[in-house]
Design a binder for this molecule. Structure first.
Ligand SMILES: [Zn+2]
Ligand SMILES: [Zn+2]
Length: 552
């Protein structure tokens, strides 16, 4: 096995790792850097020098993991791309948004619309927990495991005859408002690649941080001010919407309009299209046709005129808008206006890159706390220099594992070789020392451009993939025939076995579009999604079915 770090080592951005196993080259993620002063792309020359790519596997849709996909995919059009269904829908939205942004920039775009379309055409989707073969002429298998973090995010587990590899992607173990935490079983990887974003930190208590955010907003509303929450369009913004919505419904947050603006709106739409990747309470609402984000208090900002109206209005409100680091998008425009009034609050909730305006805002709070430093409250927002008069708050709503969580994952999997990526050098070094105390193995802090040849003398024995009995039906599953599938599963596997739509189709014995099958399963009384992993299904107990028919 060989590992080549083309990007995303000692940094957050341009995640791109080439793995050579059993004679095949497999690329894990292909993102861009968000910092403008650095080269946006991973090192593609390394990929070319090592013989190109045979397949690409994507952990999740964030642009630091997908932004360079159209660029690399056009170079290697024969390589299929694998990701979860949710990730594909989200990636499409994010890449089209990048196209729009690139059109406005003076630089030459790194890809065009047809490259995005062709790339999506080469993409194959699988649900988490389903093991699939990557190639027809090799026995290498891959499996996605739900990684928490954002909807559709997955860790990747690859097994070949030379050994096995676990790549965490971006991961978080705790339950969020939109999604459940990671569900990674006790796998036996020889090699692991872990993210280290918060590898040197312990998280603040989530409920306490949410409460602090709500209290800060209440203070602003009482004083007639406005609150801006700049949030990453994908993940954080949906979390913030649900936190505020819940607090308002419980009477903890004072009543005021909550506006949602920017790409956030498109992402909310995609979340609703893939209920099986959300928490069960949200998924059930979607099944019933209830909107999970918007209601009487929460509404999208439909057009630029409405934006002006919001800013000119004297009434207090909360605005949740992308981008998350105030580098562009409506959040930057709102900030330019709201920052100049001391009654307002800008609430920073996520990771801020060193060179971003969001980071400059945070530096203002630091100098406020430090009486010795002189107060320079001017920051650059887009083309404008703004003297910041409003309050600035920082709230820890991270969607990444902290030091403890990564240590727990490492202990659970106990790989003999661990590579730490996706973090700044301090976080990686500190985490490496901690893991070294627990695990008797080799811990690496690779740099971009480095290559590691790994000879695994005795690959760890893998648990066999369960082979299920086959009904050999050779016809599409329908709402009419699903009762037969239910009877078969209930009699042969019981009602406790959690199965993906793909596994159920293998049992049925027909190749059918997974989304179509999910639609049938979601609307059938005979199967129900697992409450903690809505992408897996159980056969419903016979007694429950009888109760249902009695009710009718
Ligand atoms: Zn991410
Ligand atoms: Zn990331």
């Amino acid at each position: 096995m060989k590992l080549i770090f083309c990007g995303g080592a000692q940094e957050v951005g341009a995640s791109c790792y080439l793995v050579t196993i059993d004679g095949k080259n497999i690329l894990l993620d292909c993102g861009i850097r968000l910092t403008s002063s650095k080269d946006t792309l991973p090192d593609f020359r390394l990929i070319q020098e090592n013989g190109g790519i045979d397949a690409i596997i994507i952990s999740h849709a964030h642009t630091d993991h997908t932004g360079a996909l159209p660029a690399i995919s056009r170079q290697f059009p024969n390589a299929l791309i694998y990701m979860t269904h949710m990730s594909k829908d989200l990636t499409r939205v994010l890449l089209y948004d990048s196209l729009k942004i690139m059109e406005r920039e003076p630089e030459i775009p790194i890809y065009a619309e047809n490259h995005v379309q062709e790339m999506l055409g080469r993409t194959v989707c699988f649900s988490p927990n389903f093991s699939f073969k990557l190639f027809s002429d090799s026995n290498i298998t891959a499996t996605f495991y739900s990684a928490g973090h954002i909807a559709g995010a997955a860790s990747i587990y690859m097994v070949g005859s030379e050994g096995s590899l676990f790549y965490s992607g971006d991961i978080s173990g705790f339950r969020q408002n939109t999604i459940e935490g990671a569900t990674v079983p006790k796998l036996r990887p020889d090699v692991a690649i872990f993210e280290s974003t918060y590898g040197d930190k312990l998280h603040a208590n989530r409920q306490v941080e949410e409460q602090r955010l709500i209290e800060s907003i209440n203070e602003v509303i009482i004083n007639g001010g406005k609150v801006l929450v700049p949030a990453f369009a994908l993940g954080r913004a949906q979390e913030v919407i649900l936190i505020l919505k819940k607090a308002m419904n419980r009477g903890q947050l004072l009543s005021c309009p909550i506006y949602v603006d920017g790409m956030v709106k498109d992402i909310c739409r995609i979340y609703k299209l893939n209920p099986n990747y959300l928490r069960s309470n949200l998924a059930k609402k979607v099944f019933r046709g209830v909107d999970i984000f918007y209601d009487d208090n929460v509404s999208p900002v439909a057009n630029p005129e409405f934006r002006k109206e919001i800013l000119e209005s004297k009434n207090p409100c909360v605005i949740i808008a992308s981008s998350g680091m105030l580098t562009g998008g409506p959040s930057q425009m709102y900030a330019q206006s709201l920052a100049t009034n001391e009654n307002n609050l800008i609430a920073v909730t996520g990771y801020q890159d060193e060179e971003s305006p969001g980071k400059d805002l945070l530096k203002i709070i630091e100098t406020d706390d430090d009486a010795d430093k002189k107060q320079d409250r001017t920051i650059k927002l887009g083309e404008r220099e703004i003297s910041v008069k409003c309050r600035v708050g920082k709230f820890g709503l991270s969607a990444h594992a902290d030091k403890m969580e990564i240590l727990n994952i490492a202990n659970n999997l106990y790989p003999r070789r661990i590579f730490l990526v996706h973090g700044n050098p301090e976080a990686i070094n500190s985490l490496g020392k901690e893991i070294q105390k627990d695990i008797n193995g080799f811990i690496y802090a690779p740099r971009n451009g480095e290559q590691y040849e790994i000879n695994i003398k005795k690959p760890r024995k893998q648990r066999g993939i369960s082979k299920y009995p086959n009904m050999k039906r050779n016809e599409p599953l329908t709402q009419e025939s699903i009762k037969e599938l239910w009877e078969f599963v209930k009699d042969n596997l019981g009602t406790e076995t959690a199965l993906s739509a793909e596994e159920l189709m293998e049992i049925w014995g027909y190749e059918q579009d997974t989304l179509e099958v999910k639609e049938i399963l979601n609307n059938s009384p005979y199967f129900e999604p697992n409450p903690r992993r809505m992408f897996l299904y159980h056969a419903v107990k016979e007694s429950e079915i009888e109760k249902l028919s009695e009710l009718k």
